[in-house]
Ligand binder design. Structure first.
Ligand code: DQQ
Length: 670
């Protein structure tokens, strides 16, 4: 197979180099080297006034854009997507994003003023070991790859504000997926075919080691097209400069597909004839679909007659991912691998619900189609599987040839108000990269765990073995509890289980139970639970985020286990979203109940039963912060005694630095 150098003409190198500096909202540029900071410091009144100015600016901008684009939008979209004066910038551009303004109206009534955040609270929310840009807005992970000893991470980034808009590609590198150096922007919106935004895309490493990047451009007319880019210098392990192919766009929306429903190309995989194949998310009416194209040179494409897959009533599929998993071993597979021991995963991010759904199934390479093993849990159905039952969207995997594993990245947005984001000057984090593999024990679901490298941040630890009687809430003495890694095993005492099964009066509730529906969250008690941890809790538990198991009896008398996170009491603030998240978690015969929790300031990532069910939450306590944040273990069961055996590590902060040669050298030495 030809390399990308051979595929692409030298003239493509005439593109302007990427901007090495961060553009400030006033149009000036800051040299990141002269503004080194990892945690965003308190900026006092200046930040607040500037934030208010920015809000006014965006309100004005939204109004202007609505007026100036209405004709074009009406032509370009179907009836349901026509813009209105209240459309967000993202909706106008044909892509959605969070818009959490007016939240307190939902939680407190229209006459209640929004919570008054002070800068000490907002500063605390910034994470210590999750990936974040130095400031402003970030969304989807893009084009992750491993090259010449470096993990590369690109992401959707607004260099001008803490809200979605002006999207370009941010870029950072790491040796271990934990410590990062921010690099200059990889691609900016400087061509007609991406002037409205350099949107999501994926990398493919060709057999000769060269790299092609396919990404969606939103054109000057807000049409979604696919573009090709590649590194200017393959000898540069940092891949600092990216060249856009002069023949872009390489794909435009095909007949029958609306101009704003064609985005997010995947990593390419090999066809049996030696061509490359990609899939791109779309929809027809309300059916979410994934289109398939074959190519030999990444410049010209042949559309397949059949779809990879489609599911009625699921709406637009964003950020589709497609990859093989091994049925027999817990390892990653290169995207082109196929064979009898292989299943294939289709994941799509549902634009309508903002959930990432996946299904396990079979891929037919002859015609590029895929079918789910269980059609009742097909991609995007409300009953189908999710990578994560909390805040987790627009995820993307890549095959890490360095360690033979598949890594999952995901955008973790905010659950606070946009006003607070503007005040704090940033929005969104990335989840800790996770290894993802088929659960070889069940064969029906994936398992995810934080990459092993996260353990390098573990500092001092304490081990606990406790017997939790019904109704107990016990403080866990680990000092400050804002950066933690917790690994725990729980077991219900045999006497309690025997009593439970011998008691015919226990009501079967498993069929009706769901973490989300159960408005009272972890305070609802039954015979066997809930039990787990309350993280980011005040001494008095006035603020707390319980992560717990809830076990219920089904009509068949069998037990069903749920894994939940209850953020409803995580903060006394009224302008944040505080759901109860979770789902059922498979527990096999002979298994203890296990959970792992990463706490990093405003993000809590929870992995139930070895990562069969995962829940990521964003929480914004007002008092349970800094030294006042505590950890509790609890057992709210009415009847059962539970043993808890767990270890808690204090976690160090990651090294996440602005770009400088010294910072790169420092990472090289690690
Ligand atoms: N974000 C990108 C799109 C994608 C969406 C734009 C998903 O390419 O569909 O920022 O969050």
């Amino acid at each position: 197979m030809a390399s990308s150098e051979a595929l692409l003409p030298i003239s493509a190198r005439e593109e302007e180099p990427s901007c090495p500096y961060t553009k400030l909202p006033d149009g000036s540029r800051s040299d990141p080297e002269t503004h080194p900071r990892r945690r965003r410091p308190y900026k006092g009144l200046l930040a607040v006034s500037f934030g208010l100015l920015l809000i006014a600016f965006y309100v004005a901008l939204i109004a202007t854009q609505d007026g100036s684009r209405s004709n074009e939008a009406a032509n370009a979209t179907d009836e349901t997507e026509k813009t209105t004066s209240s459309s967000s910038r993202a909706r106008l551009a044909g892509v959605s994003e969070k818009s959490n303004d007016g939240l307190w109206k939902l939680s407190g009534g229209q006459n209640t003023p929004a919570f008054e955040w002070n800068n000490s609270m907002l500063s605390w929310q910034r994470t210590a070991f999750h990936f974040q840009p130095e400031e402003n807005w970030m969304n989807d992970p893009n084009g992750p790859l491993f090259y010449k000893g470096w993990y590369h991470f690109f992401y959707q980034y607004n260099p001008n504000a803490a809200v979605w808009g002006d999207i370009v590609w941010g870029h950072a590198v790491s040796r271990d997926l934990i410590h990062w150096v921010h690099l200059p922007l990889a691609m900016v919106a400087d061509q007609w075919y991406d002037s409205n935004g350099v949107w999501t895309g994926s990398a493919t490493i060709l057999p000769d080691g060269s790299i092609v990047m396919l990404y969606t451009g939103s054109t000057d007319k807000a049409v979604q097209v696919q573009n090709l880019a590649y590194p200017e210098d393959l000898n540069d392990p940092l891949l600092l400069k990216w060249v856009k192919f002069p023949g872009n766009p390489v794909l435009v929306p095909p007949p029958g597909i609306l101009p704003k429903d064609f985005r997010d190309p995947t990593t390419a995989w090999k066809t049996p004839e030696g061509k490359w194949r990609i899939t791109i998310g779309s929809k027809i009416n309300k059916t979410g679909i994934s289109l398939v194209y074959d190519t030999t040179d990444f410049k010209t494409y042949e559309k397949l007659d059949s779809l990879l897959h489609g599911v009625p009533n699921t709406g637009m599929w964003e950020c589709v991912d497609f990859y093989p998993v091994s049925k027999t071993a817990r390892k990653g597979l290169d995207t082109s691998v196929n064979g009898p021991d292989v299943k294939h995963i289709v994941k799509a991010s549902m634009d309508d619900t903002r959930f990432d759904h996946y299904a396990v199934g079979t891929y037919f390479e002859s015609n590029g189609t895929w079918i789910p093993d269980d059609p009742s849990i097909d991609v995007g159905m409300s009953s189908s599987l999710r990578y994560d039952y909390g805040k987790f969207y627009a995820s993307k995997t890549f095959y890490d040839q360095n360690k033979g594993r598949r890594i999952l990245w995901s955008w973790i947005g905010e659950s606070d108000s946009e006003a607070a984001d503007v005040q704090k000057g940033w929005s969104s984090v990335q989840g800790i990269p996770r290894t993802v593999a088929l659960d070889t024990k069940t064969g029906k679901n994936l398992v995810q765990s934080p990459v092993e490298e996260i353990k390098s941040l573990r500092l001092s630890s304490k081990k606990f073995d406790l017997e939790l009687s019904p109704g107990s809430v016990i403080p866990v003495d680990v000092g400050t509890a804002t950066q933690l890694d917790i690994e725990a095993e729980f077991e219900i005492k045999k006497e309690s289980l025997d009593k439970f099964f011998g008691d015919a009066s226990v009501v079967a509730e498993a069929e009706e139970f769901s973490c989300e529906k159960n408005g009272a969250g972890s305070t609802v008690r039954n015979a066997l639970g809930p039990f787990g941890f309350s993280v980011l809790a005040t001494e008095s538990l006035s603020e707390q985020t319980p992560v717990y198991f809830y076990i219920a009896k089904g009509k068949d008398s069998k037990l069903k286990t749920f894994f939940c996170t209850d953020t409803s009491r995580s903060s006394v603030a009224n302008d944040v979203i505080k759901p109860i998240y979770g789902s059922v978690v498979p527990v096999l015969k002979g298994e203890k109940l296990t959970m792992r929790i990463l706490v990093d300031h405003s993000i809590v990532e929870a992995f139930g039963q070895g990562g069969r069910t995962c829940i990521t939450s964003r929480v914004y306590p007002t008092t349970a912060i800094y030294g006042a944040a505590k950890l509790f273990v609890f057992n709210n069961a009415l009847d059962a005694t539970v043993t808890a055996s767990f270890k808690v590590w204090q976690m160090n902060s990651a090294f996440i630095h602005p770009y400088s040669e010294e910072a790169v050298r420092a990472l090289t030495r690690t």
